[in-house]
Design a protein around this ligand. Structure first.
Ligand code: UDP
Ligand code: MG
Length: 332
């Protein structure tokens, strides 16, 4: 275990001027206590209050320890964290919310797990200090996310998280605009760990997530994970078409048995035909969806895999390299 592994702490900041000074003070105190090289990266996500000035001021006061990344407008929490990742240089990167709901004093727990070899360290908020609506929606999201990523973590919403440099580098190579970092990280993670952390009520101000921003985030989460909803359209359409065919058959039989009055002079038959067409339309839409889904995956151009390490050496590789060199020599 290398005692001198360095740490970057990345914090997205959006209109948090009330708690910012305390956050900086507590983070720096914890980092200094770790006895390792560290940097605190504060990303101002286009705040309209005095957060940017505070960050600039604090960076001047703590040269070497604090880096401020100031974004020109509000891009959202996850984009801000990405900007922080880009600026970070540590061997281990820990993210944290600026509102002090995750106490910075819990940082060493995450660092310990990262040092023990985990790629991604999540945290579980106990006891969680949010309202019932947020808790229930989180519960659903955690179940769905665990299923879709195949990595079971109990709390995807908590942003007090740690990542190895390798995972951060992998995430930085993903250029899609809407990202949900915990899911993205887990899609590259090999070993994950979780620690229980304290959760406090917001120290100052209100949540920066209104209803609309929250809905937006859930869609980012869903579409970043899977194109399954698109496929659902085809399945739905096929079911409707089958239902229409069944309906038509039923009407035919009933008509043969009870005579033409039964079918209300053909109105029911029309319904049956309508059902079939509507179903067919859904199938077609679903099919389009499948294509769009694939285009979506390609446009994102995510790297397909990451090599952790290469061991041994191949004679073939060495020979082909030598051959290539000889070939080049002839050409010259
Ligand atoms: N945040 C951000 N950009 C945004 C919204 C939020 O950088 O557009 C930051 C915010 O400053 C905080 C963190 O993301 O550090 C979490 O936000 P908040 O505490 O409002 O979310 P909640 O705790 O309600 O989930
Ligand atoms: Mg919060």
């Amino acid at each position: 275990m290398d005692e001198r592994k360095s740490i970057s702490v990345v914090v997205p900041v959006f209109n948090e001027e009330e708690s910012l000074w305390e956050l900086i003070r507590r983070c720096l105190a914890v980092c200094r206590g770790l006895g390792k090289p560290f940097e605190l990266v504060l990303v101002n996500d286009g705040s309209s209050d005095g957060s940017a000035e505070i960050i600039t001021h604090a960076a001047a006061k703590n040269p070497g320890d604090l880096v401020g990344v100031l974004l020109n407008r509000n891009y959202g929490q996850h984009a801000a964290i990405m900007a922080g990742f880009e600026a970070s240089r540590g061997d281990m990167v820990v993210t944290l919310d600026a509102d002090l709901q995750n106490p910075p004093e819990e940082l060493p727990k995450l660092v310990e797990k990262l040092e023990a070899g985990a790629d991604v360290v999540g945290s579980i908020r106990v006891p969680r200090q949010d309202n019932a609506f947020r808790r229930v929606s989180s519960w659903i999201i955690n179940r769905v996310t665990a299923r879709a990523t195949g990595v079971s973590m109990r709390d995807y919403g908590c942003m007090l998280r740690g990542y190895s440099r390798q995972i951060v580098a992998a995430m930085l190579q993903c250029h899609e605009r809407s990202t949900f970092i915990p899911v993205l990280a887990n899609s590259f993670a090999h070993t994950t760990a979780e620690v229980e952390v304290e959760h406090a009520r917001r120290a100052a101000g209100g949540s920066k997530y209104g209803l609309w921003k929250l809905i937006n985030l859930q869609f980012d989460l869903l579409t970043s994970m899977t194109t399954f909803p698109l496929r659902l359209l085809s399945v739905l359409g096929a079911c409707m078409s089958l239902l229409g065919v069944g309906f038509g058959l039923m009407i035919l039989i009933m008509r043969l048995v009870y005579g033409s009055e039964w079918a209300a002079q053909g109105v029911f038959t029309l319904f049956a035909i309508l059902f079939m067409f509507v179903g067919a339309q859904f199938v077609a839409m679903g099919l389009l969806g499948e294509y769009i889904g694939r285009i979506y995956y390609d446009v994102r151009a995510r790297p397909r895999y990451f090599v952790h390490e290469v061991v041994g050496s191949s004679r073939l590789a060495a020979e082909s390299k030598a051959g290539r060199l000889k070939g080049e020599g002839r050409k010259v």
